[in-house]
Structures are given as structure tokens and as C-alpha cells.
Write a protein that binds this ligand. Sequence first.
Ligand code: PLP
Length: 387
Amino acid sequence: MKKYNFETEAIRTQNERTQFDEHSTPLYLTSSFVFDDAEDMRASFAEEKEKNLYSRFSNPNTSEFVDKVVKMEGAETGYAFATGMAAIFSTFAALLESGDHIVSSRSVFGSSHTLFTKYLPKWHIETSYFDVNKIEQVESLIKPSTKILFAESPTNPAVDILDLEVLGKIAKKYKLLLVIDNCFATPYLQQPIKYGADIVIHSATKLMDGQGRVLGGIAVGKSELIREIYLFSRNTGPAMSPFNAWVLSKSLETLAVRVDRHCENALKVAEVLEGHPKVNWVKYPFLKSHPQYEIAKKQMKLGGNIIAFEVKGGIDAGRKFLDAIKMCSLSANLGDTRTIVTHPASTTHSKLTVDDRLEVGITDGLVRISIGLENPEDVIEDLLQAL
Ligand SMILES: *Cc1c(COP(=O)(O)O)cnc(C)c1O
């Protein structure tokens, strides 16, 4: 089949037309599918035929969504989940045995961290952490039982960048599975498989939907690994709903144009914040002042839509800044059309000790902004008056 460019694949990867000759893929809100006769049913269950059986296994809408992300990431196959966390948990549960070990970047999404510290240890799966700024620590953490090397880049909420090429080489040298949470970058900005990732995971809830409507997740990668993840999921039930898949497949048609504008706006806002007298520092991957600017330039097409910065005056100043915001939203989501401001030290990461917070780069005054698609002049005006 002809391979088109990224934007074209996002639009033209589509299920075959039905007898109604619809132009836009319809919603298949059906829990199950029917068979012509006993033989049809037998052959379908035996996987001798490619056919939808039951929407926990597959559905035309989820398949279309998966096909698109597979092409965007340059993967072999994939499976869609109800949420990003379902994708992350199912990947670990399907690929790991009791006694296996994970090496992960210390800075990961909050629920991923809870999975490592609270739930996976129940099955005797332990995790060791390396600092995002000390990638050379990785090799010293690897044990004979290490099976997965896990990281996200850019990280949440400190917007650090990890060198995917280096991680890919380490994974190859020690025969580890490299699993990358590519949520902040989206496949439009960064394709970890190029650097040797075996599995790429997304929370589709964020920039993929991009409009704050539905939850979703996906894991894509090598066929034999996705097969294990699929079998685990078809038996345990974290499947994406056909409705969400239909919404998300539509959303992907505009991913490239949306993310282009998100990034353009974010760079404008980051440049204004940098050098403001009430701001200690600003971290945005495509600002020259970012500690891993060169790596960001190497592996990302643009800088993404998340900015981290520190308000002078610590935890109270951070909270006061949020209280003074007029237009931007205070919300836990990110990657929405609406600009969202959060203060991790007093909210998402308030249960961590100060030392633990500092280890992942969350200082008291750190503010995370997810830049939306409003006119950036209005966002800048709101942020400046709040400062
Ligand atoms: C939001 C997020 C997740 C979890 O996704 P849900 O869809 O909320 O379950 C995982 N990783 C990162 C980096 C995220 O931002």
C-alpha cells in the first residue's frame, strides 16, 4: 500500500466504506458481531479469519484509531485502552513476570510512579530510578532481572528531556525492552521507535484528543510484544470504548495543525516569561536556556506545549499566582485547546516530601502551563497580570 506523509496518513487511514458510501467513518456502537454459521464462528475464534468478535477484543472504530497511531509512530501493531494508565499498567502486567525488575526515569507521571511504588511490588516487581539529568546512572542500575527500561520525554511536570538515542543504545546493549511514554510529544513531534523503543505508549486523553472530551490510551510497537499485551487486555478488559475511538480517530486528522499551533504559541509565551522580574527561571525544550536544548532539537520537531517556570517567592507565591489567573483554567488536564495552569507543589505532588519533590525537579514555586489554542496575546496578558 502507498505510504503517504504524516498529515495525509492521519486523514486518509480509514476503514473501508460500507454499503452506504459514507465519506466519514461511522460510529460502530456495538458490543458484539454476528457470524454466518458455525464454521464462520469457529474460524473467527481460531483467528483463521480476521474478523471482529466482541468489542473488548476489537471494534472497527478502535481498529481505525490504532491503525493511524501505528502509522504515525512507525510501529507494527497496537492496542487501544480506556485510558493512558490502563495502557501503562497492561503493558507491564503483560510483559513482566514476578521477580522482574524495571529501570525508570525518576521523573514520571504521578500515577505511573504510584504503580511502581505501590502496586507492582505486590507481584514482586521492583523499580530502580535514575535522575533525568544523569542518564549515565542507567547502566549501573541494570541487574540480571531487569527487563524493562521505562521513560517519558519531555517529563511531567518539570519538562526535562531524556536522550532517546542513548536510552535506545543501552536497551539494545543489555537486551532490555525500551518502553517510552510519548504523551507530551505526540508522534507528530517525536517517534521513539526510530531510536530503538520497543513499545510506545500514549495517553490519548491529552493532545491526541486535544479538546478535553474523552479519555483514551494506546500502546504500539513490535507485533510479538503487542500480541502479549492484546491477549492480557482481551482477558482483563481495559478496552477503549468505540465512541471514544471514533472521537479520537477524528481528532488525529487535525493533530499536526493543532500541535504546530500549540508549539508556536508555547514558544511565544516562554519567551515572554523568560526574563520577567517575578520569574526565577523558565523551562521550555526549544528555549536555548533549556539544559537539554540540543537533545530536544535532535529528537523533537518542535518544543511541545508544556512550559514549566518558577515564580519567585516559593509555595505561597505559586498559590497566589494561580489565584490571580483570570482567563486560563486551573485544571488537572493538559493538551487541551484551553490553556491550563497548575501548581504541582500544592496540588498533584503535595503528598511528597520536599526532598522527594526536589529530586524530580518540583520546586515550591514551580508552575506548569499547558498552552492552548487561544490567541497567545490573551494568554500572555493573563499570565503577566497574575505575576
Ligand atoms: C495523563 C498522562 C498519563 C495517564 O493518562 P490517562 O489517560 O489520564 O490515564 C500518562 N502519562 C503521561 C505523561 C500523562 O500526561
